[in-house]
Design a protein around this ligand. Structure first.
Ligand code: TRP
Length: 425
């Protein structure tokens, strides 16, 4: 089990634009082709309900985003591609996590705080127009991630806090109920530039400066003609620095092509000609995908079938895992009394490791016996991975128990005996 699980969600609240393609879709599809990774990509339609109350828009966006990813080359056999709302285990896990999450943690979430700050500035009630959905958003997102025990979560910088919160929730749950969740890490693609939009600011729906990924050829041409440039005349040398047109070109072109356009800028290419070059370059990459996209949109049963197959694949993991979590928190078949069922009896008699994070930001673990009595207490580790490593080496006996980590009054032999029983099990 040395594969890395990578998971990310796309909120179904709009139409994909070139910025989404360059910043998320294209790198994700590329990453999904690497060896040793298992990718989970999903349409976060429960998340969309937080922002949008127009049912037709949610449905349309779900269709457009699913079609975009498939048209752009995502191979649904290689990855697990599904729609969040097809996985009923997600809202169930959301509740389990809700019950181990401090309200104060959620008070500090940027998205919620931004709304409160805005209300305060307008001298309104701090929670005016804030739904509990917006408040709970980080818990739903943590459930998305933890359900599949993802190691890496590729996201934009604005989402880093949410991944940290997911880690907090995972540790709280593990601390109470045993090691069930991997602590996920945000994966920020440093090499992927953010694409400027028509007005030169970051391409974003909220600035209304986007170029839809699959705009028809004529519309693409028109939109590109509207990219903001300076007023230099044909024949005058132009600056690539700060040129949105140039930056967009760079995101699609090879190094040689980029160097050639840079030379053309120096030689005084007209803005009209430069826009034509950009248009042709983008269209060259997009045109074949556009055809597939249009055929997928007009044939929704193909996408629907594909998403349902993805959901079945996802639930092959989510359903048994949720059953385990239900048992862990005590939602159990009454016939399996604690200590009677064979698996639980042998498990209950065993010591166990618990991992958690302290206020100093470091990661710790402890070994407790079946009665919850402390046997061993670790020092602080910089990362959960380091702590996990230490646990594993204790478990498989590659490291002896360090004396300073023993609980007071216990001998190394007692703790080794506990570890031995764990290894035997
Ligand atoms: N909140 C994310 C965004 O707006 C989308 C999302 C939902 C997500 N669930 C996720 C991203 C889980 C990564 C992992 O971009």
């Amino acid at each position: 089990m040395s594969t890395t699980r990578v998971l990310t969600g796309i909120t179904t609240s709009g139409t994909p634009h070139l910025g989404n393609y360059v910043g998320a879709i294209r790198p994700a599809i590329q990453a999904s082709r690497a060896q040793g990774v298992e990718s989970f990509y999903f349409l976060a339609d429960y998340h969309a309900l937080i922002k949008i109350d127009e049912p037709a828009r949610i449905q349309r966006s779900t269709l457009e985003i699913a079609a975009s990813w498939i048209a752009a080359g995502l191979d649904p056999d290689r990855v697990t591609f599904y729609r969040q709302s097809d996985i009923p285990e997600i809202p169930e896990l959301t509740w389990f996590l809700t019950c181990v999450t401090g309200k104060g943690l959620l008070n500090r979430a940027h998205a919620y705080k931004a709304s409160v700050d805005k209300n305060n500035a307008a001298q309104m009630d701090p929670d005016a127009d804030v739904t509990a959905g917006l408040f709970m958003y980080p818990v739903l997102m943590a459930a998305d991630i933890l359900m599949f025990n993802a190691h890496k979560v590729p996201v934009g910088r604005d989402q880093i806090q949410h991944i940290e919160m997911a880690r907090d929730m995972a540790s709280s749950f593990n601390h109470r109920y045993g090691e069930h969740f991997v602590l996920p890490e945000a994966a920020i693609e440093e090499s992927v530039a953010t694409l400027p939009g028509l007005d030169g600011r970051k391409m974003s729906k909220s600035y209304d400066n986007t170029i839809p990924l699959f705009a028809p050829r004529e519309q693409l041409k028109k939109l590109i003609a509207g990219i903001k440039t300076d007023s230099r005349a044909p024949g005058e040398p132009k600056d690539v620095e700060g040129s949105a047109l140039f930056q967009i070109y760079q995101a699609f072109a090879s190094a040689e092509e980029t160097a050639a356009l840079q030379q053309a800028y120096a030689d005084g290419i007209s803005w009209g000609d430069a826009k034509q070059v950009l248009f042709e370059r983008i269209d060259r990459e997009i045109a074949p995908m556009r055809e597939r996209y249009e055929s997928l949109l007009s044939n929704p049963q193909e996408l629907e079938a594909l998403l349902l197959a993805g959901a079945a694949k996802a639930r092959a993991i989510a359903t048994p895992f949720t059953a385990k979590l239900r048992a862990a928190v005590g939602l159990r078949d009454l016939r399996t009394q604690a200590g009677q069922s064979t698996t639980k009896a042998s498990k209950a008699a065993l010591p166990s490791f618990k991992q958690y994070r302290e206020k100093d930001g470091k990661f710790y673990f402890k070994l407790v016996d079946a009665q919850g009595q402390l046997l061993l207490q670790s020092g602080g580790f910089e990362s959960p991975k380091d702590a996990g490593q230490a646990i594993r080496s204790l478990q498989d006996g590659t490291t002896a128990v360090a004396a300073e980590q023993l609980a007071p009054g216990l001998s190394a032999a007692t703790v080794e005996a506990a570890l031995h029983s764990l290894r035997e099990a």
